[in-house]
Ligand binder design. Structure first.
Ligand code: ACO
Length: 319
């Protein structure tokens, strides 16, 4: 499997830290120092599925393929206004594709899981061109009175087209169930048969930030080491570490742990905040469109999030 196209899209409204400080008790200085975030894009008056479809269109255009060439769509999404149908089915209609579609929900780790699944489908030989879209709207999951969570996130979508070819080296995925560390519950319809009245769910995502921080560093470093071991290369041999953009301090800690310079860890969290599973394909698209990726570059992807789910994947850039 190789990546043959990338695309990304964001809502039009940029919300700076200063703007957030007008709504809740925080400051640009606190957010910047603790997270590396300066601003994020937030859905205001556009349809979320149009942003997702825009990223998909751009990835297809970058790959030289059109929607009729796509054999399968995998969409990573944590929450959108539809429980059903799937977001991938909605996007399929907008982009005019006619292939089968599936959604996956692995929270922020979705891109790495989608790459792994796409590789397996291509290996079987049933599919040849797969569109992966990671589309997230985490600002709609937050309690905007909780200053320790709402400042972190931004909305957006990133997409890649993958195809038969040489590029995928290895991946390592893991899930260790720990639901209380980071979750959001939503209300379900009542029935006449429920034995107990259900409590109404919390107003937004609940997160133990310190615990997430510790696990993110521990599991990301472990996943990367496992992939390095499997492929027999060292961290020095990796050109780029493209990590989930959750918090710049998390990325800096992982870089120190791997004894690698920060110049190999590109970031765009300053501009976009944490866009959940969309953060890696958005960053990859920035690198691709700015001409920073060269044929033969080794790219280590690593992502982590609620579950606790994490994974790393090594690919050679062969576009
Ligand atoms: N502005 C000002 N002060 C704040 C804010 C804020 N936005 N948020 C919290 N504080 C205060 C707290 O109230 C606390 O004050 P106190 O000492 O008077 O009690 C103080 O700052 C320290 O709070 P901590 O929560 O200990 O701050 P910490 O340094 O841990 O930073 C943060 C919090 C940024 C959330 C950090 O824990 C973090 O980044 N964790 C990882 C979270 C993450 O990345 N989640 C997403 C990953 S998974 C996924 O992407 C779905």
């Amino acid at each position: 499997m190789k990546i043959i196209g990338t695309g990304s899209s964001h809502p039009s409204l940029a919300v700076t830290n200063d703007k957030i400080a007008q709504i809740i008790d925080t400051s640009d200085e606190w957010i910047w120092r603790r997270t590396g975030i300066k601003q994020r894009y937030v859905v205001s008056d556009e349809r979320f599925e149009d942003i997702a479809a825009d990223a998909a269109f751009k990835a297809m255009e970058n790959s030289g393929l059109s929607s009729s060439d796509i054999d399968f769509i995998i969409c990573s999404n944590t929450l959108n206004e539809y429980t059903t149908p799937s977001l991938s089915a909605i996007i399929q209609g907008i982009i005019g594709a006619s292939c089968p579609c599936v959604d996956i929900n692995v929270a922020c780790a979705g891109f790495v899981y989608a790459l792994d699944a796409a590789n397996a489908y291509l290996q079987i030989g049933k599919m040849h061109n797969i569109l992966i879209i990671c589309a997230e709207e985490p600002t709609r999951m937050m309690n905007w009175k909780d200053r320790s969570t709402c400042i972190l996130f931004g909305d957006g979508a990133g997409a890649v087209v993958v195809s038969d070819g040489e590029g995928f080296e290895a991946s390592d995925l893991s899930t260790s169930s720990c639901t209380e560390m980071l979750y959001q519950k939503r209300g379900l319809c009542s029935t006449p048969f429920l034995k107990q009245k259900e409590e109404s769910p919390d107003a937004g995502a609940v997160m133990d930030g310190r615990e997430v921080y510790k696990r993110a560093v521990k599991y990301s470093a472990r996943d990367i080491k496992n992939v390095l071991m499997e492929t027999g290369i060292t961290a020095d041999d990796v050109t780029w570490f493209v990590l989930h953009q959750a918090n710049k301090r998390i990325i800096e800690t992982i870089a120190r742990y791997l004894k690698q310079p920060m110049s190999k860890f590109p970031t765009d969290i300053e501009r976009y905040g944490n866009t959940s599973s969309a953060s890696i394909p958005i960053l990859l698209d920035d690198l691709n469109r700015n001409g920073l990726l060269k044929r033969g570059d080794r790219i280590m992807f690593s992502a982590f999030g609620a579950g606790f789910c994490s994974g790393a994947c090594l690919m050679v850039w062969n576009k």
